[in-house]
Design a binder for this molecule. Sequence first.
Ligand code: TPP
Length: 371
Amino acid sequence: MKAAVAVEEKLVRVLGDGGRVDQGKDPGLADRDLLTLYRTMLLNRLVDERMFRLQRQGRIAFYIGSAGEEAAIIGAAFALEDRDWVVPCYREFGAAYLRGFPLRDFFCQVFGNADDLIRGRQMPVHIASPRLHLLSVSSPVGTQIPHAVGLAMAARIRKLKEVTLVFFGEGATSEGDFHVSMNFAGVFKAPCVFLCRNNQWAISVPGTKQTAAESIDIKARAYGFEGIRVDGNDVLAVYTTTRKAVEKARSGGGPTLIEAFTYRQGPHSTSDDPRSYRGEEEVEEWKKKDPIARFRQYLEARKLWDEDRDMTLARELNDQILSTLKEVENIGPPPPETAVEDVYAEIPWHLREQREEIIRRAARQRQSWPR
Ligand SMILES: Cc1ncc(C[n+]2csc(CCOP(=O)(O)OP(=O)(O)O)c2C)c(N)n1
């Protein structure tokens, strides 16, 4: 913890205490954009809360959320254009939603039901959308980073002005994939922005055990490009920093590493209990720096927001979440025989045989255990 506190002073910040902002630092976003950011952050938080409850009730198998990290995720994604690419880790539902990923499709994926775009073949929350330039979520830590650099290089070779934004946690910076990717991106000036959500915990491993360096951003120097450390709970600071990095990448200036210093407020996923590895006091301290509450103060200071509007929005979003859930929860699983589809353009004989067998068994099971 000590190292983190010492370097907190050099964090890029826009939002000051009580919602105040220095004139020179305000990115000057239109009111509509500011409200979109707030709405998306709040939706993200409410979806997470609902999903954790659903998992505890045994209605979904697994969930992984982003409470506390919404500013780092949504602020960065807001700096992109539609033609750009997002290569997510597993906490970036907010970024996907911002790019137009429908809530219904997200819930269908979490249930792994027949309407899931990837037909139940991935872990819950592991979404993808080629249409929205959103690569598939990678569960293995750090494997998405070389994919992102490859994607960025492909865009450059094809002379497309598309930038790739890749998300990962600080734990991923201990993987070889991170270093290989950073080196390659530096040498070949890949139009890639590396966004490290330093939420200070890689499941039970604290940030202080992840690196002997004083921070993550300085690692970029060794690879010959810029690294910036930003307050990851300050949505406007994350947005302005990422915007500059994206513009630089688009104009041929090469990659940037952004370390968004933040905190994971909840468990790693529905599968762990963080009380076994970190103190409640630490969590409470970070909840006081909540990114949504902080942004709300700014909106209130600008007279764009108040208590009434907040309650109305929360009610509206919760209604939307509940009605979408109601719509998708009983859709049921994809037919089992679809397991062998989408692998080959034409299903080969051995998979055709297995497909027939699956259909026969499923019919027998339906007779023994009607739904
Ligand atoms: C290669 C690999 N090793 C271990 C795991 C198990 N694992 C899943 S998430 C995780 C922690 C990752 O932490 P970090 O990169 O900081 O991201 P965060 O979860 O904090 O967002 C680990 C160790 C894995 N999925 N892949």
